[in-house]
Design a binder for this molecule. Structure first.
Ligand SMILES: CC(C)(COP(=O)(O)OP(=O)(O)OC[C@H]1O[C@@H](n2cnc3c(N)ncnc32)[C@H](O)[C@@H]1OP(=O)(O)O)[C@@H](O)C(=O)NCCC(=O)NCCS
Length: 178
């Protein structure tokens, strides 16, 4: 598969790789087993978080083709439970990328294997940082949103990043105040 068919190319002048969000799309499925569940026979929240982290990390690595570490997870919502015997379906895609960090959005659904009916159960946004062999942050490719929905996600991810950084700064400033 060449770079173009993989939705990724290098610019001639800068040698910066350009990647479309669709090239990072990742789907993960899992049949819900008793060991995944709480006392109510629905998936334990920590298990959902773990699936989200793995699915998002694969999308992030598809984007930057190097090691990534999870810097944060926010916007996590549990809208509905996923029941034992159902299929958990996770979909992830890179929404935004900065110099060394990127935001990945994940949507989780419950799929009924007998009817195919899907229910939206959870969602989250994760920040990953690309790291080199010394585990130091390293530059990522350029993300080029294409479709209307990718452009909207990119814009909203940028707003969330500004909110995260501003929040961090406010907390730091508050601690430095005598
Ligand atoms: C994530 C980590 C590499 C960042 O290191 P750092 O020295 O703070 O790096 P920098 O300050 O240069 O920040 C690197 C980038 O990450 C972003 N970033 C760092 N922490 C962040 C956070 N909590 N939320 C959002 N963005 C964050 C910065 O804005 C910067 O983005 P940019 O380069 O796109 O502008 C470091 O904190 C780390 O190793 N954390 C532990 C990760 C881990 O163990 N995860 C769990 C297992 S994978």
């Amino acid at each position: 598969m060449n770079d173009e068919t993989h939705n990724s190319k290098r610019t001639a002048s800068t040698d910066v790789r350009i990647v479309h969000p669709s090239a990072t799309r990742t789907e993960m499925t899992w049949i819900v087993m008793p060991g995944d569940c709480n006392a109510l026979d629905t998936v334990f929240g920590g298990q959902v978080c773990s699936w989200i982290d793995v699915c998002a990390a694969v999308a992030a690595q598809r984007f930057c083709n190097c090691n990534v570490v999870t810097a944060g997870m926010d916007g996590l919502v549990f809208k509905a439970p996923i029941r034992r015997g159902m299929v958990a379906v996770l979909q992830a895609q890179v929404n935004w990328a900065g110099r060394t960090s990127m935001e990945v959005g994940v949507r989780v659904e419950e799929e009924d294997p007998f009817t195919g009916k899907r229910v939206h159960t959870s969602a989250a946004y994760l920040t990953f940082v690309a790291v080199d062999t010394d585990r130091k942050p390293c530059p990522v490719p350029q993300l080029r949103p294409h479709s209307e929905i990718e452009i909207r996600r990119h814009r909203e991810a940028q707003q969330r990043r500004q909110t995260r950084l501003a929040h961090r700064e406010r907390i730091r400033a508050g601690r430095n105040t005598p």
